[in-house]
Design a protein around this ligand. Structure first.
Ligand SMILES: Nc1ncnc2c1ncn2[C@@H]1O[C@H](COP(=O)(O)OP(=O)(O)O)[C@@H](O)[C@H]1O
Ligand SMILES: [Mg+2]
Length: 278
């Protein structure tokens, strides 16, 4: 980290950025974003530097560390969904552009390989959690393509933000994550109002086409989504107990029950969903 400390001063005023669940104290300061130092700081730093090096424009740039030890990134200008989600998240064109952006991210991150700094980012395996669906890790996935983690410009997804959960993963894992939020593969009662009427089958078909997902991967999406939901229930419970903070708040707000409802929804709709994405 030599040469980076104190590279950036804190400049008032700072605007608190909201939208996420977990990170407290993300602020905008001028053209920059300041994020508190965290366990993922080093990983995100190396990832963003790689993306810049290969000329991928769809992510913030890493700028350094400020005088308070916070990571400094570029503020990406544009529209980002806040909660409650705006009507525009239901736009098919917008959703398709998120899938294309995810594809471009995967194509850009491939040459990053699996750097050692990601060794400690392996998934947690709490007791009782099922074996992961057998998909080999092939790249550093984003793993959190929520409605709030995409910046739009002129109605098109222009950047992914919030790489805190990035870790060794696969294309199909990220596509599953994309479907969860943007199709959305969730029961109506747990969706944001703006997506209550979305046709999860039709949207999923459109998203995998926009991503240009291969046929073999398509056939794995539903079983993978089910397995991931099951494992997420265990890992979120453990994080709530172990890490507290935003994880605890999400758990106390009922995220565990929502995951259970999602599992049931996936089970009930598995045939239709499988047909739709093939
Ligand atoms: N580099 C950035 N450019 C533009 N907006 C950002 C940037 N980083 C964060 N934001 C805004 O701040 C919100 C929260 O930041 P995020 O990094 O997603 O933290 P969290 O871990 O809490 O989700 C985002 O949803 C977005 O609205
Ligand atoms: Mg976020």
């Amino acid at each position: 980290m030599e040469g980076q400390v104190n590279a950036w001063d804190s400049v008032s005023p700072e605007e608190l950025l909201q939208g996420g669940d977990v990170t407290e104290g993300v602020v905008r300061s001028g053209d920059t974003v300041r994020r508190p130092h965290s366990a993922s700081s080093e990983r995100v730093r190396s990832l963003l530097i790689h993306l810049e090096r290969v000329g991928f424009a769809g992510a913030p740039r890493y700028l350094g560390v400020d005088d308070r030890g916070r990571d400094v990134l570029t503020f990406v200008d544009g529209e980002v969904a806040r909660r409650p989600a705006p009507e525009w998240v239901a736009s098919d064109d917008r959703a398709a552009s998120v899938a294309s952006l995810l594809r471009a991210y995967h194509d850009a991150v491939g040459s990053f390989g699996m750097p050692e700094v990601f060794d400690d980012a392996s998934p947690i395996r709490p007791e009782g959690s099922p074996e992961p669906f057998p998909v080999p890790n092939e790249l550093i996935g984003h793993r959190d393509v929520t409605l709030e983690n995409v910046v739009f410009r002129d109605g098109i997804a222009s950047a992914l933000i919030d790489f805190d959960l990035a870790r060794p993963s696969s294309r199909i894992d990220d596509v599953c994550n994309l479907l969860q939020w943007w199709a959305p593969w969730q029961p109506v009662e747990d969706r944001p109002e703006a997506l209550a009427d979305a046709d999860a089958c039709a949207r999923a078909a459109m998203l995998v086409d926009a991503y240009d997902l291969d046929a073999a991967s398509r056939s794995m999406l539903v079983p993978l989504a089910r397995n991931t939901a099951e494992r997420t229930w265990y890992s979120m419970r453990l994080r709530a107990e172990r890490d507290g903070g935003g994880w605890r708040r999400m758990w106390d707000a009922g995220v565990g029950d929502a995951i259970r409802r999602r599992q049931e929804w996936l089970r009930k709709n598995q045939e239709a969903l499988t047909k739709a994405v093939m």
